[in-house]
Design a protein around this ligand. Structure first.
Ligand code: PMP
Length: 432
């Protein structure tokens, strides 16, 4: 149905006051007014199941976050150079979720800032500037985080326009790409060989950055042992290992609180954001004391609202909610149920290529042909539009935009997971 006149007016105003490049989901988006748990409600009172929102990690409009933020806003909110308890309490709680050596916390406001700061820390600590990044990644919009982002879905010219200090290795995708299935074990030695060649050619490698579970490519686990091999080589060459956990970390994977745990490694620098603030702008970099100290070579560090009293209280409350509501366990249990049901769709619908992921970070990849893996890009877009009509918010991801990015709030119920699969089944059965 066409947008209601009032919405058309608001969309026109949006188009004239924001730049075109700031796209919104859907050509005719519902105008949302409220959220509740894994649901969004539009101005007509229509309810949508939000299967895409890893920002609203603990569920939309969580009353404990509203209460904690409101109480803190009425008491005190100020820049982080003042002395107050909340920033210390939160930083301690955040560091406690990580391995012991990652004991020093920087608080910022977004994932882009966290990735940017992580790169800058690697450069400061090593006194070098070359960074190696995995292709098909997205790490943010700021100058440095954008420089290491080569996902063509976000920027078609990405690879051709990298600054000279950015080098890339292949996306370690065991489903499509140069090495498939058991052959995926070849990605790590290939990346290591490339790192060595770069160093032999004079590159001074400051760090290697990638998502420790490949969210941007559709929730794909890196091949077993990949990070262990690549991190070892980076360190041997004098660089640092940077993990971007902005999308995949913080309990979403169910079996692991952090993506790097699945790889059995400990990074030198970890960047986090999105879910840690449950929609409130909050990002963090956690690293070792020794690396953090080296930032001094760049001057001092200060982010006005990074770790403000309100941000810190929100961050602490998010951690409390994850523990009290057993949301990591919910991600594990509901995620396993959901993945099983999605995989079962493959038996009836040839368009289903595979289901990536774990817990509540899943990616359903659509292909036109299971042998050639031709991406079903236009079909995926049409399926997402049809799902909206059926009350489900879903969006494509990946360089071919043919993977459903399934990353709902962690409080997703089994009933909601079933509703999603039933609607997807209906679309695949009746057409899109
Ligand atoms: N890293 C990853 C892996 C991301 O997915 C994103 C956002 N999509 C970012 C960094 C940037 O985060 P933000 O949008 O909060 O700046």
């Amino acid at each position: 149905a066409p947008a209601a006149p009032a919405d058309a007016d608001l969309l026109a105003r949006r188009a004239s006051v924001l730049a075109d490049v700031q796209e919104h989901y859907y050509a005719r988006p519902p105008r949302i007014e409220r959220g509740w748990r894994e649901h969004l409600i539009d101005t007509d009172g229509r309810v949508y199941l939000d299967m895409v929102n890893n920002v609203a990690s603990v569920g939309h409009a969580h009353p404990r976050i509203a209460e904690a933020a409101g109480r803190q806003l009425r008491l005190l909110n100020t820049n982080s150079r003042f002395h107050y308890a909340a920033i210390t309490e939160y930083a301690e709680r955040l560091a406690a979720t990580l391995p012991d050596e990652l004991d020093t916390v920087f608080l910022v406001n977004s994932g882009s800032e966290a990735a940017d700061l992580a790169l800058r820390l690697a450069m400061a600590a090593t006194g070098r500037t070359d960074i190696v990044a995995m292709r098909e990644a997205y790490h943010g919009w700021t100058f440095a985080s954008d420089a290491v982002s080569t996902s063509v879905a976000d920027n078609p010219h990405a690879l051709a326009t990298r600054p000279s200090w950015v080098h890339t290795v292949a996306a370690a995708n065991g489903y499509r790409g140069a090495h498939r299935g058991v052959e995926a074990a070849r990605y790590a030695p290939e990346a290591v060989a490339h790192l060595r060649a770069l160093a032999a050619g004079g590159a001074q490698i400051a760090g290697f950055i990638c998502e420790s579970w490949f969210g941007n490519a559709g929730g794909i686990a890196l091949p077993d042992g990949y990070l262990a091999e690549v991190y070892a080589a980076v360190r041997e060459l004098g660089g640092l290992a940077i993990a971007d956990e902005v999308q995949v970390g913080f309990g979403r994977l169910g079996d692991w609180f952090w993506g790097f745990e699945q790889q059995g490694v400990v990074p030198d620098i970890v960047a986090v954001a999105k879910s840690i603030g449950a929609g409130h702008p909050l990002g963090a970099v956690v690293t070792t004391r020794a690396i953090a100290e080296r930032y001094r070579t760049q001057g001092y560090f200060f982010s006005s609202t990074g770790g403000s009293p309100v941000s810190s209280v929100v961050g602490t409350t998010v951690l409390d909610i994850i523990a009290d509501e057993a949301l990591q366990e919910n991600a594990r249990v509901v995620g396993a149920h959901l993945k099983g049901r999605l995989e079962a769709l493959g038996a009836q619908h040839p368009l289903v290529g595979t289901v990536h992921g774990a817990g509540l970070y899943l990616g359903l990849e659509f292909v036109r042909d299971r042998a050639t893996l031709e991406p079903a890009t236009t079909e995926t877009a049409a399926i997402c539009d049809r799902l909206l009509e059926l009350g489900v918010i879903m969006q494509p991801t990946g360089d071919h935009q043919n993977v459903l990015k399934i990353k709902p709030p962690l409080c997703l119920t089994t009933a909601s997971a079933d509703f999603f699969v039933d609607m997807l089944d209906r679309v695949l059965t009746t057409g899109w």
